[in-house]
Design a protein around this ligand. Structure first.
Ligand code: PDD
Length: 282
């Protein structure tokens, strides 16, 4: 029986219920994280929960849990569901209160929910690459917060699906920001270009790992904005996320990227990523 976590308890999936007045449900007023498990161990879990705590802080949600307690919850969740390879989703909403846009007074307790799923690494796509399309970034200006408000991302991803692509690469005006659910990199002349960490993108944990790998292998990692034209002329393009890892993009808007093969920098980053799975999972 699949177990989920709601407010301090591991309960059967079908008994897991939340209130119609939960502010996550009514306003999207909450935050989340998605963490990968490899061989029953959590990958870069501290980095994920540090970001979770930061997101909560930016929205003035008072989490009742420390990073250590949160790690313990997701670890138990993997264990009770006997998950080896998979992922854990965890979210916190501001809590349950009568519908009023401003924060509830008196303050209510946040609602914490988590569930886990079993699945394999995306081996085929990592080997062959994926298709992507470009789309205007219509999201709000606090994309650094991993909030439950994902309408812009949902619409972008749906646009990708409509054009038989796996990811939508967003651009604000001409500036490439990030994917619907990933960070984006253009590789040119052996250098890795990616949008700097600011309010326009999520500070991806996989992005952080890619930065570590590029330092390990002496690959220039350039955190500067670039435009759609630059991306289209890149030798290699990758997207990264907790589930997609270091994912090559071989077609963009129907055009072949570079020479159509998975390039040497991408391969190096994928190799480095496998090493970090060994050292950063616990
Ligand atoms: N999404 N940018 C956006 C908009 C994202 O939604 C994600 C991840 C990333 C990559 O972040 P990370 O490397 O920390 O996973 C960047 C997750 C996986 C999701 O929504 O399920």
């Amino acid at each position: 029986m699949t177990k989920v976590f709601i407010n301090g308890e591991f309960i059967n999936q079908e008994d897991a219920k939340v209130s119609y007045e939960d502010r996550g449900y009514v306003f999207g007023d909450g935050i989340y994280e998605y963490i990968r498990a490899y061989d029953g161990k959590l990958f870069t879990v501290t980095e994920h929960f540090e970001r979770f705590v930061r997101s909560a802080g930016e929205l003035q949600i008072d989490l009742d849990y420390t990073v250590e307690e949160l790690i313990d919850i997701v670890r138990q969740l993997l264990k009770v569901n006997e998950i080896k390879s998979g992922g854990v989703y965890i979210q916190a909403t501001r809590g349950v209160a009568p519908r009023e846009h401003s924060f509830p007074t008196p303050e209510v307790k946040p609602v914490l929910m988590a569930f886990a799923k079993s699945y394999d690494r995306p081996y085929e796509d990592l080997k062959n690459g994926i298709n992507a399309v470009t789309v205007e970034d219509i999201r709000w200006l606090r994309c650094d917060i991993k909030s439950l408000n994902l309408l812009g991302n949902v619409l972008a991803k749906e646009y990708a699906v409509k054009y038989n692509a796996s990811e939508a690469i967003q651009h604000r005006g001409e500036t490439v920001t990030e994917g619907a659910s990933s960070n984006v990199y253009a590789i040119k002349d052996g250098k890795i270009y990616t949008h700097p960490v600011n309010n326009c993108i999520l500070n991806g944990i996989t992005r952080k790992v890619i930065k570590w790998i590029s330092e390990d292998y002496d690959l220039p990692f350039i955190e500067e904005t670039f435009n759609v034209e630059f991306l289209k002329k890149a030798d290699e393009i990758i997207i990264s996320s907790t589930s997609a890892e270091v994912m090559p993009v071989v077609k963009l808007d129907g055009e072949t990227v570079g020479d159509g093969n998975i390039g040497p920098v991408t391969r190096k980053l994928q190799e480095g990523f496998d090493k970090y799975i060994e050292t950063k999972s616990n």
